[in-house]
Write a protein that binds this ligand. Structure first.
Ligand code: ADP
Length: 174
């Protein structure tokens, strides 16, 4: 199968007309700030209701870092939200495998549902403080490895600096 078409846009993850949008969640699955807050605000209460059911069934101890699980997208233009928990940046500790795992597991969860298009924010680069140039390299690498079958994998970057970091991380030809 062909490699995915990776695209970049500067904008808001909640406005993306893709099959699945990825949420930079925290392991409680009960919402937070940043991307998480925006998704729940715009998507409405059905997303949180499904997150609560997941906590009551499969994820009583929380969604582990590097894992991903899908719910409805509520009122968002997308069909599904894939919640993933990025690692917190810790200087002197290499947690990059966990950040790559977030991207791989999100792609797997979306693919299982039949998604062909997916949008990612810059996971871990906000409250979790991961340097965006490094996060971009890891995210793009994971998508090139695991993104087969998707017609588009879109990175949605909130600001110019993040956009430039992802643009620099794309392989030539993109
Ligand atoms: P994390 O806790 O994984 O660091 P955050 O939500 O704090 O997640 O931030 C992740 C990235 O998403 C940051 O670069 C932040 O600027 C960006 N961001 C915040 N809100 C939005 C949004 N509505 N759409 C897209 N990106 C966003």
């Amino acid at each position: 199968m062909a490699k995915p078409n990776i695209t970049l846009v500067q904008g808001d993850i909640t406005e993306q007309d893709v099959d699945a949008v990825v949420n930079a969640a925290n392991s409680s699955l009960l919402g937070g700030g940043g991307v998480d807050g925006a998704i729940h605000r715009r998507g409405g209460p059905d997303i949180l209701a499904e997150c609560r059911r997941l906590r009551a069934s499969r994820y009583g101890g929380g969604l582990p870092v590097g894992h991903a699980v899908a719910t409805t997208a509520g009122k968002l233009p997308a069909r599904w939200v894939v919640h993933t928990v990025g690692p917190v940046w810790e200087p002197g500790e290499d947690r990059s495998a966990l950040l790559a795992s977030c991207h791989r597991e999100s792609l797997r969860a979306a693919r299982e549902l039949g998604a062909r298009t997916i949008a990612f924010p810059a996971v871990s680069t906000g409250v979790f403080r991961w340097p965006v140039e490094d996060a971009a390299r890891i995210a793009v690498g994971a998508v090139l490895e695991e993104g087969e079958g998707f017609t588009e994998v879109r990175f949605v970057l909130f600001d110019q600096r993040a956009y430039d970091a992802f643009a620099a991380a794309l392989p030539s030809g993109h």
